[in-house]
Design a protein around this ligand. Structure first.
Ligand code: GLP
Length: 240
């Protein structure tokens, strides 16, 4: 079972995970971080700004979980842009060492396998940060995703498009497809750290941590991992 850590609020969660990441980078200056988007990891990135001030992070490598398909990488809401803005620039990471799946429609049929090969060539992810969707998705692995899945194109559910519509001018502008690391890819990271805050995530957290293993709750895949840590506030832990 995953180790569950209950903290007071999202800022405390951010500090805790940032500490772990700073220790990792102190041990290995070319650590491989698994980066996530969404609002959940933001307190981690904020805390890392202090923790890593004065630390040489020029060799740190990173792999994002997912990307929309069919929006230009320069679009402010592409995950490429989000990762640059929220992680690479503020932390002073080396842009060429931080990878995001290629969501360009041209060549999309090979993009997943190419991304998995890049992760393998880097020696795998040391620490993977994860959020969880209200429907239990991790990365963009929507309900029904195979536990053995690799990086590939998926169709976004209506729920996820609605949840993410706040980042676009209208729901019609939210892409229909994405490319996401598969659950099998994610499970290969050496340490999974799943964060969640607020009552809205309580059911998904309980299902992921204690529910049956099922493709209908992709987050439940973390139960298969030998080193998974779940960091939640009281509200997100309320159904455990
Ligand atoms: C998005 C991302 C996920 C993220 C989830 C939750 O769809 N692809 O990686 O975990 O939504 O988002 P939030 O953290 O904003 O609640």
């Amino acid at each position: 079972m995953a180790e569950v850590v209950i903290v007071e609020n999202s800022a405390a969660a951010g500090e805790l995970v940032a500490d772990e990441i700073a220790r990792l980078i102190a041990r290995r200056s070319d650590a491989v971080l698994g980066l996530a988007t969404g609002s959940t990891p933001l307190p981690v990135y904020a805390a890392l700004r202090n923790r890593l001030a004065g630390v040489d992070v020029s060799h740190v490598r990173g792999f994002a979980l997912d990307e929309y398909v069919g929006i230009d990488p320069s679009h402010p809401e592409s995950y490429r842009s989000v990762i640059s803005r929220e992680v690479v620039e503020p932390l002073g990471l080396t842009p060429s060492l931080i990878h995001v799946p290629n969501g360009a429609e041209d060549g999309i049929e090979h993009a997943g396998a190419e991304y998995d090969a890049k992760i393998r060539a880097a020696g795998g992810v040391d620490l993977q940060i994860l959020g969880i969707g209200t429907d239990g998705h991790i990365g963009f692995n929507e309900p029904g995703s195979s536990f053995a899945s690799r990086t590939r194109v998926k169709t976004l559910t209506v729920q996820t498009r609605e949840d993410n519509a706040r980042f676009f001018d209208s729901i019609d502008l939210v892409p229909m497809h994405c490319i996401t690391q598969g659950l099998g890819t994610i499970l290969e990271a050496r340490h999974l750290v799943l964060l969640a805050y607020g009552e809205g995530k309580a059911q998904a957290v309980a299902d992921a941590v204690e529910g049956p293993l099922t493709a209908f709750l992709p987050g439940s895949a973390i139960q298969l991992h030998p080193h998974a840590t779940v960091v939640v506030d009281e509200a997100a832990a309320s159904k455990l």
